[in-house]
Design a protein around this ligand. Sequence first.
Ligand SMILES: NC(=O)c1ccc[n+]([C@@H]2O[C@H](COP(=O)([O-])OP(=O)(O)OC[C@H]3O[C@@H](n4cnc5c(N)ncnc54)[C@H](O)[C@@H]3O)[C@@H](O)[C@H]2O)c1
Length: 388
Amino acid sequence: MTRKKIGVAVIGFGWMGQAHTRSYLRIPTLFPERDYDPELIIISDNLQERVDEAVESFGFREGTTDWNVAVNHPDVDVVCVCAPNMLHEPIAIAAAAAGKHVFCEKPVGGTPEQTVRIEAASRAAGVITGVGYNYRWAPLVQYAKQLIEDGTLGDITNYNGRFFTMYGSDPMGLLSWRFQLDGAGHGVSSDILSHSIDLAHMLVGPIEKVVGTGHTYIPDRPIPQPGGTHYDLGSPEDPTGPVENEDYFGAMVKFENGARGTFEASRTIVGPESQCAFEIYGTKGSLKWNLETMNQLQLNLVGDKARGYTTVYAGDRYPYHGNFVPGDANSIGYEDLKVIEDYEFLSSVAAGRQHEPGFAEAIDYVSVQAALLQSWESERWEPVQRLA
Ligand SMILES: NC(=O)c1ccc[n+]([C@@H]2O[C@H](COP(=O)([O-])OP(=O)(O)OC[C@H]3O[C@@H](n4cnc5c(N)ncnc54)[C@H](O)[C@@H]3O)[C@@H](O)[C@H]2O)c1
């Protein structure tokens, strides 16, 4: 069977750039039903050694330290933006202007204003867009969506979402771009809270109004050498610099369907390690999911004689799981979600249809984020007004 080729450029070859590249390499062996083949055309990173590694070990045809060269390459159909947040705007807008479809890691912009400009430029250019809200694709999250859509949980009354991660919990954690305004934009409200609220949007629907507050717990961190990541540690002798954005954000919300919700995101918390989690309560039952145990869902339905939460194990009867392993309770992992994400996005590109989650869904999120930032300042409930 002859499949069409989709030429890919990846911009930024750190954690996410490498994860997406491994996805493109794995798609042909995991998704025999696909009607395209990804081709690794060009990698761009500002560090020459990362460009070399991408060409030598991952098989990109070419490499460059100038992302402009990559986004304008004639053989590139899709640009995958994996650079620090505040670089997303120039890269994504240049890619769209060159007629390339754009997959952008979350947050699409480091600020809501940037996301609005990126979405407008991509829409005007008529390109297909995708966002790295990868937790949507966990098989049991998809199953939770089905249970809500088919009414198994009844009417949703309340929702608790959180993203608690330890990556900044050690005060010796380096002052990487994530902690700086010109690298990241906002802190956890741009970074991990976007995942939690995107999941809630997918599962429960739009949010009508919010009240929220943020805080920075660790005001200074050791300055990193080039290439250091947010998981690396410095030492007390290192020079330090100020953390310029928030470590924590907490929110209470009212959904348009009347459900109430609470959200918390922290990158300095001690205890939880990668707790992207939600609990959803309805009139006929409730369910809980947590990335730390992503192959399990806790389900409690009215009428169950056991009257407790039942553990549902992931398996090949849930969406996508069988592409990785057959049978029940044979687990899949974090990067498998990135493969599903990239398979789905490239399938949309191959079919010429707009993708979800795309930049429209990023606008859904930053509309909530803008209201939350406003509420942090005003210390009042604020309405969510769609930014566009
Ligand atoms: N979806 C998720 O779960 C998830 C997880 C982690 C990160 N992310 C997002 O992915 C993006 C990248 O994060 P990361 O963890 O991979 O960061 P990282 O620091 O590991 O990698 C960023 C890379 O970009 C490169 N870079 C910097 N300036 C550049 C330039 N001018 N041109 C080209 N490359 C440049 C760096 O050298 C580095 O290799 C961020 O937007 C982040 O929020 C998403």
